[in-house]
Design a protein around this ligand. Sequence first.
Ligand SMILES: [Zn+2]
Length: 340
Amino acid sequence: MTGFQADPLDALRLSPGSQRPRRLRRTATLRDLVRETTLAPDDLVCPFFVVPGHAVRNPVISMPGVSQLSVDLLTAEARELDSLGIKAVILFGIPSAKDPLGVESYAEDGVVQQAIRVLKDATPDLVVMTDVCMCEYTDHGHCGLLGPDGDVLNDETLEVLGRIAVSHAEAGADVVAPSGMIDGMVGAVRTALDADGLERVAILSYAVKYASAFYGPFRDAAEGAPAFGDRRSHQMDPGNAREALREASLDVDQGADALMVKPALGYLDVVRAVRERSELPLAAYNVSGEYAMVKAAAANGWLDERAVVLEVLTGIRRAGADLVVTYHAKDAATWLQERS
Ligand SMILES: [Zn+2]
């Protein structure tokens, strides 16, 4: 022994009274207690692709675990969602026939209109939302009526959107969700609903929808890829965030009850920005490409699907979304139930 030797770590030790954030991470219960963002099944909205026919369950190859379903299969689906604590669905329809005017989109016995009735019969408390757009119903696959030069006509399309929304609302939809990024769509839908005595029906506007390559798998599922051209004349440029706030405020002014940002993961800054600007409930759409990436990586054993999905959905909520529309809804709800 050569006398006292200072512990070389002493110089590095925190002094008494130091800030130690790890104290609150020490146990699972402490972490639960101070968690800022929660995720629950009733934060999730489950999308369905409804097709004509009976006992049809067509798997969507690019979206493993997702199938197009015929109306008769929806009762069982609704009961399953109920048992999982999921409170809302959003419906997309694939019609029996497409045409330039998309007339089946507002047919009383259209596939979505039938689906709404079946779901509300089976589970009256389930919140049924519907996508209101023309692209699944037109043979050209565009989100509106086309002019002679192939442009999507804006104001002419508004009248059709109003008819679609009214037909969904009359079938029993709780929320209609115009998604085509047509200028004035929220006001046109509100006016049409109110003129038909459907003031009670809410509008969730796809207020901020980007022209995104992440929609690729959805176009397989909804069979709505444009036959020519793209949607960049109406959907937003991925580089723009200030424009998102403009779009959101226009929709608020037109009477939107809730707003949506789509896609979610590449646009979490936009979710946060809209959250801070508007008091309305905010949804974010965890789109098909985001889903497909996780599924593909998990299938290869490159990611832990369960952990990644719950982290992704929590991240979208943390960015400011109240609701998350996601194809992971049933899996996530199952895992959340197991965890609690
Ligand atoms: Zn569309």
